[in-house]
Design a protein around this ligand. Structure first.
Ligand code: NAD
Ligand code: G3P
Length: 356
């Protein structure tokens, strides 16, 4: 059976007369995938990789041998380990830095910012402060135009030219249009939203449930169980996000149910892989060491579990995961307690729980 491949049908885009100038911060899987799309669309694109040797090798080989070794990148894509060569004189800066280092990197680029649009690609929540990345952008780079990009975007599938879609969320129409121009193609469709926190929370929260689904896969649960878990995850995500001011309907989109489905279904997901390893009986340190890449969901479970108690938001799956991962509770016992929860509304925006 042939792989689903429409890339051969696509004629290369005419290079734009005035190419957008794009910087990508973060030399990992996703920064590389997005930088490659921008370069393919004719943007003058440069990636910042903090490791000088890696940057030199990528500049020479046009390959990210650490994170995406099997994929040849666009010849026009540039690489540098010097922020001062990458950040100034750009139209758009895509930030694909893990949440644990996000604020630090923004502090480093602050002196070089003069009107560039900042777009967060990061799906995490800052430890202790519970700041979303868009909050950090506004705190560290006040007055800049900003947005977040999030959706079902497994990096390896994107660089393999498998069709995908994403969401650019910003209150700035100009920023949304610029990002669509930079990244949109017949292989990667960029949809627009104005619900920044809703799109951002969708991307961060789904990582929690990908860990749960990976654990479920290790226990070989059936499709009914997976579907119930996925649906209740969506209910939990949207309940929490609405408490933080998000639009519940955002979760019907690519950054909500779309990304939840992709991440919860795919062994390519690093968070799914962490959950699977935990379900196989590895402890957290072993699971993280074996992965060797970013899995934002572990920190997100900690942050959201604590915040949900502070805000008194019912988050049974998140708190069950916290008890298993951080309190050593037995997974099957916790799963049973979830099933023993009382009668609840299916969709609380239709029938409030108080009426059940
Ligand atoms: N990989 C995907 O499929 C995917 C898709 C969408 C969004 N994301 C999100 O993108 C973000 C980045 O993830 P990734 O998949 O690229 O991770 P990764 O583990 O593949 O790469 C992380 C990169 O960040 C760099 N980095 C870490 N700390 C740094 C620091 N202090 N200064 C400079 N660079 C630093 C690392 O060197 C590495 O190059 C995450 O929040 C992730 O959730 C990932
Ligand atoms: O590998 P994960 O679990 O970080 O997921 C990758 C992307 O966020 C999927 O949209």
């Amino acid at each position: 059976m042939n792989d689903f491949n429409i890339s051969a049908l696509i004629t290369p885009r005419e290079k734009p007369a005035t190419p957008l100038r794009v910087a990508v911060l973060g030399g990992g899987s996703f920064g590389t995938a997005m930088a490659n799309l921008a370069a393919r669309n004719g943007c003058e694109t440069c990636m910042w990789i903090r490791d000088e040797k890696a940057a030199q090798d990528m500049q020479q080989s046009k390959r990210n041998k650490r994170y995406l070794p099997d994929f040849q990148l666009e010849e026009t894509l540039q690489f540098s380990s010097k922020l001062e060569d990458v950040v100034p004189n750009r139209d758009i800066i895509l930030v694909a830095i893990p949440s644990h280092s996000y604020r630090d990197v923004l502090k480093q680029i602050a002196p070089m910012i003069s009107g560039q649009a900042i777009v967060s690609l990061t799906k995490g929540i800052e430890a202790e402060t519970f700041c979303l990345m868009s909050d950090i952008i506004q705190q560290e780079l006040p007055e800049v135009p900003f947005g977040v990009l999030s959706g079902p975007n497994l990096a390896k599938e994107i660089v393999a030219n498998m069709p995908a879609g994403t969401v650019i969320a910003s209150t700035s129409e100009a920023l949304r249009n610029a990002v669509q121009t930079a990244l949109h193609s017949a292989l990667f469709r960029v949809f627009a939203s104005s619900d920044v926190h809703g799109v951002e929370l969708g991307g961060a929260l789904k990582n929690i449930y990908a860990i749960a689904m990976g654990m479920g896969a290790a226990y070989n649960v059936g499709e009914n169980t997976r579907s119930m878990l996925l649906t209740r995850a969506l209910a939990e995500m949207s309940r929490f996000a609405v408490t933080l001011g998000a639009n519940p309907l955002t979760f019907l989109g690519l950054s909500g149910v779309g990304d939840l489905f992709a991440t919860c279904s795919s062994p390519l997901s690093r968070n799914y892989q962490i959950g699977y390893a935990l379900g196989q009986g590895k402890n957290l340190e072993e699971a993280i060491a074996a992965l060797g890449q970013t899995a934002e969901g572990i920190n997100t479970i900690r942050q959201v579990s604590a915040q949900s108690r502070l805000l008194n938001v019912y988050m049974p799956i998140t708190n069950a995961l916290y008890e298993v991962i951080f309190e050593g509770k037995p997974p099957l016992g916790i799963a049973l307690s979830l099933m023993q929860n009382g009668h609840r509304s299916d969709v609380e925006f239709v029938l409030p729980h108080e009426q059940v």
